[in-house]
Design a protein around this ligand. Sequence first.
Ligand SMILES: *Cc1c(COP(=O)(O)O)cnc(C)c1O
Length: 356
Amino acid sequence: MKKHNFSAGPCILPQEVLKKASEAVLNFDGLGLSLIEISHRSEHFVAVIEKARHLALELLGLENKGYTALFLHGGASTEFLLTPYNLMKINGKAAYTNTGTWSEKAIKEAKLFGDVYIIGSSKEKNFSYIPKDYTIPEDIDYFHCTSNNTIAGTQMKSFPKHNGITVCDMSSDIFSRQLDFSQFDVIYAGAQKNMGPSGTTLVVVKNEVLGKTGRQIPTMLDYQQHISKESMLNTPAVFPIYVSMLTLKWLKDLGGISVIEKINNTKAELLYAEIDRNPLFKGNTAVEDRSVMNVTFSLLNENLKLQFDKQWHDAGISGLNGHRSVGGYRASIYNALPIESVHVLVKVMQEFEKSI
Ligand SMILES: *Cc1c(COP(=O)(O)O)cnc(C)c1O
């Protein structure tokens, strides 16, 4: 039986994508060859990566607006370092909000390159809310934020306006909701949260912001080099890019981000409503900042944990434990998670209440 997969990442992908991807491993497009045993420079794979790059921009509404989509290596974690490398001037400055574990890691890397202003932080409250009361200084090379905090379960609902460059780590909510994506200059996202398998990272960059730092950038870390080689500076992660392409196509065929956003909101409302109603549970985060992708909650009485865990396991649910750093529960309800899985979880919570 297929499990109800609430894993935070790598995470659930559409069933039809998995089927197509597994077929391509054996015989890609009827070539008599596997997708993963042909040259990345063959016309067959070049068509795949071009389609993936095109679909990414199309879904974000960034076609013909001076942006390039790249599929790079090293995960979102490598972008923590590539963003300052490519955007921070020598002796430069950047402003960051510190909204969770991933922001903290991004800040740590940026500090290797220059001064980092932490202009808003919710660390003192375990990252349970999104700081909003801050102003972005004028004298910075860029502002960096994390749109969705995968571990804490908070999400930025709006983004501060300023005149400079904005960089956003959208690893765990890219393609999940409509935004004016042109307010960002660099968007990056590890594939494995809402787009594909681990092993590739989508970087969407506005070309005109690059080349202004005065730094010598090693080739593989230089966005401009990747752009000039059309995301084929070295051998790309062919299988993760192929699966990402299939997932993006699945999303486009569904009607795009505006359609999935409605479904995502319905799923999140269902689950948060049960958390708020059920006297045995409480949500972990400020209500107005609740993530639509990662729903974090806890038992009021931790002694009931074994009992609840048994009930959701028995219902075929997988991946519900909170991140090891925070405990509790985390239901990751990414694009590909069917609403039926949320119904099953809500029912388990209701039956658990009756059984106590
Ligand atoms: C998972 C995650 C990362 C790290 O991604 P890797 O691809 O494992 O490096 C960074 N930022 C956010 C918001 C994440 O959810």
